[in-house]
Write a protein that binds this ligand. Structure first.
Ligand SMILES: *Cc1c(COP(=O)(O)O)cnc(C)c1O
Length: 362
């Protein structure tokens, strides 16, 4: 018997676990950094009309030129820079990995960091090297520079702010890394809307810097649109790996329309930032809860018996992310996405009740 999956499929794929998405039907869903707010009804009605008129029997515009134009305007992307669109930024990570996966090539990230960097590197046949962060989740610059020297990475991915820790890394440290590495650095600004910092200005300065953004965390996760911003000399190479119709017609049309009302998304992001402060303050008042700083739309916190607390929350219909056991620095850590004021209140109330009753019998 040689035609078994294990003998046909590449061993590193057999060894890989799929990205796990737990069922959330009927739960208060605070696990995936989604924007909890719907668009105003009038805009949703416009979207219905767009869907009604869309020529879905035809392939979408493969260049998505009108969408790129409005994206560049709305997001203040420097005119000198090119844009490549992806089916979410996950697809862009995959394109970059496929393009750079020479035999033995290294994709470098930080640990704990965004899980997809490691997963995609592995299935694209690259060696993933995760450099540990310091205990406070800041960049360990000395360790990074040593790892760069040792592994000569083709690509370094840095999420800014970082997921799952929520903090922004030191700007100077990132610049040192960009200057020291022989390859490219992709700064992943998935949480840009919730932070007051960006590397977009630095694109002009560093020829080996690329910037990634997504609309997922800003309220359009269901449409799947991510983008890579950088110099044409890089993007023309990556474009060769982009499948021709990777961004569907409904995504193109709806995003174009929603971007005409970008202020709505920014207002929602501002509410989320205000709620983040309230949520952090409430968590800080709970005994034995350590709350980490956040420049994103989620909050990382540490408490005793995190896995048990996570399960209790789930039993009460609240889904957050359990990070306990995923990395030594994340021992007893949980991550909660900032939801609506109501959802956050329910989460805090339930958590408080769980903490007051340490040994609940089933
Ligand atoms: C959520 C997330 C992404 C993926 O975003 P999509 O555009 O939805 O694929 C990328 N990077 C980081 C750091 C994220 O947290």
């Amino acid at each position: 018997m040689s035609n078994l999956p294990e003998s046909i499929i590449r061993p590193e794929i057999v060894a890989l676990s799929a990205y796990h998405v737990p069922p959330a039907e009927g739960m208060i869903k605070l696990d995936a950094m989604e924007n909890p707010y719907a668009l105003p009804l009038i805009l949703r009605e416009e979207i219905s009309q767009l869907a009604e008129d869309a020529r879905i029997n035809r392939y979408p515009d493969p260049s998505a030129a009108p969408l790129k134009t409005i994206l560049k305007e709305t997001l203040s992307i420097p005119a000198e820079m090119s844009v490549m669109l992806g089916n979410g930024s996950d697809e862009i990570i995959q394109i970059i990995a496929l393009a750079t996966a020479k035999p033995g090539a290294v994709l470098m990230g930080v640990d704990p960091g965004f899980a997809m960097f490691r997963i995609i590197a592995t299935f694209c046949g690259m060696n993933y090297v995760g450099v540990p962060l310091s205990a406070d989740f800041s960049l360990d610059l000395e360790a990074m520079l040593a790892a760069i020297d040792q592994h000569q990475p083709a690509v370094i991915f840095l999420a800014y702010p970082n997921n799952p820790s929520g903090n922004l890394f030191d700007t100077e440290a990132i610049c040192r890394i960009i200057e020291a590495t022989p390859g490219i650095v992709v700064v992943d600004e998935a949480y840009h809307a919730f932070a007051d910092a960006s590397f977009i200005e630095k694109l002009m300065e560093y020829p080996n810097l690329l910037l990634m953004r997504t609309l997922s965390k800003l309220g359009l996760a269901g449409l799947r649109l991510g983008m890579l911003v950088g110099r044409a000399e890089w993007l023309t190479q990556f474009e060769k790996l982009r499948l021709p119709y990777n961004v569907g017609i409904l995504t193109q049309l709806i995003v174009e329309r929603v971007l005409q009302h970008y202020d709505i998304l920014l207002e929602q992001a501002a509410s989320i930032k205000a709620e983040r402060a309230i949520l952090r303050a409430r968590l800080a008042t709970m005994g034995e809860v350590e709350v980490f700083p956040s420049d994103a739309n989620f909050v990382l916190f540490r408490l005793n018996e995190a896995s048990r607390v996570f399960q209790e929350l789930q039993r009460h219909g609240i889904l957050i992310k359990n990070l306990d056991g995923t990395h030594p620095l994340l021992t007893n850590c949980l991550r909660v996405t900032v939801g609506t004021p109501d959802e956050n209140t329910q989460f805090c109330k339930t958590l408080r009740r769980i903490l007051e009753k340490p040994l609940q019998l089933a």
